[in-house]
Design a protein around this ligand. Structure first.
Ligand code: ATP
Ligand SMILES: Nc1ccn([C@H]2C[C@H](O)[C@@H](COP(=O)(O)O)O2)c(=O)n1
Length: 263
């Protein structure tokens, strides 16, 4: 793959009074983890703190799923799904202040899906699409291109680099990333966080209603991607007993250590 740390040269860092690492060359941080572990929100906050791009790869799987549902593709027909995904043009915005995902029509018209990809309908179908090997090959290539682009041509006012998160970033998309993190949290904690986010409460009924969206989806997704145990060289950050800010700080600390050559 082209987005290796060797291609981008060494990463140097110093530490600010806020303990936010200052990166002086391109930095790729890969984050994986199960549903509700905080990958998206924590990675996004870390990207903002580092001044680099943010890539939500789950949003890409969700967007191609949205398009397949819109066009009535039979999700049991893996050949049809792969062909449809191949023909779907995605436009991914990697500014951590406002990450976006859209599909573009042949005439260039874009349909913004940033909110639409979060619906229950898409969530219920995305694992079927993400389990198709040809779909994965396709999206992995697009994700690597986005990572390369964030390193080569950073957004105005930003540093070269990206925090990319998903299920196979540390192992498949960017195994040569400068920093590789598995973000975990106990199942009960993840369920409660997701229930609070989706239903506004973490009482027993809300947690139970959330179980399928979190536990069942992970069970299906783990047939195609390995995101529950850290691969060699991947640092585990367990947020079970950390609040949000504490988890972001823990991730930034791993970046500081790795960028200093100690991870
Ligand atoms: N350490 C933490 N303490 C408390 N809340 C947290 C923590 N980390 C994340 N959260 C909250 O948990 C919820 C789920 O986080 P997030 O959506 O980032 O998870 P995710 O791993 O990306 O999930 P999915 O893969 O299902 O999209 C959010 O409301 C987020 O603000
Ligand atoms: N690198 C990735 C990212 C995501 N997926 C799949 C698995 C999830 O069910 C789905 C949506 O991800 P989320 O937005 O919940 O993080 O996409 C994957 O297979 N590989």
């Amino acid at each position: 793959m082209s987005s290796s740390s060797a291609d981008r040269g060494p990463v140097a860092s110093t530490t600010t009074p806020d303990d936010v690492p200052v990166v002086t060359t391109a930095l790729v941080v890969a984050v994986d983890g199960p549903s509700g572990s905080g990958k998206s929100s924590v990675s996004r906050a870390a990207a903002r703190a580092l001044g680099v791009a943010f890539l939500d790869t789950g949003a890409m799987y969700r967007a191609v799923t949205w398009a397949a549902l819109r066009d009535g593709v039979d999700l049991d027909d893996r050949t049809a799904v792969a062909a449809h995904v191949r023909a779907t043009a995605l436009v991914v915005g990697t500014d951590p202040a406002a990450p976006t995902v859209a599909v573009a029509a042949a005439d260039g018209t874009e349909t913004d899906l940033t909110e639409a990809v979060r619906t229950d309908e898409v969530t219920a179908s995305v694992s079927a699409v993400a389990s198709v090997p040809a779909v994965r090959q396709d999206l992995v290539l697009r994700q690597r291109a986005l990572i390369d682009s964030a390193c080569a041509a950073p957004l105005p006012g930003r540093r070269a680099g990206v925090v990319a998160e998903g299920r196979d970033i540390t192992t498949v998309v960017a195994p040569d990333a400068d920093v590789r993190i598995l973000l975990t949290a106990d199942e009960g904690v993840r369920l409660a966080r997701r229930a609070r986010q989706d239903l506004g409460t973490a009482d027993e009924a809300a947690v139970e209603a959330t179980r399928r969206a979190v536990v069942e989806r992970d069970r299906v997704d783990s047939r195609t991607t390995a995101f529950t145990t850290a691969a060699d060289g991947v640092v585990t950050v367990d947020s079970t007993h950390l609040d949000f800010d504490g988890t972001v700080a823990a991730v930034l600390e791993v970046v500081t250590r790795a960028a200093g050559g100690g991870a």
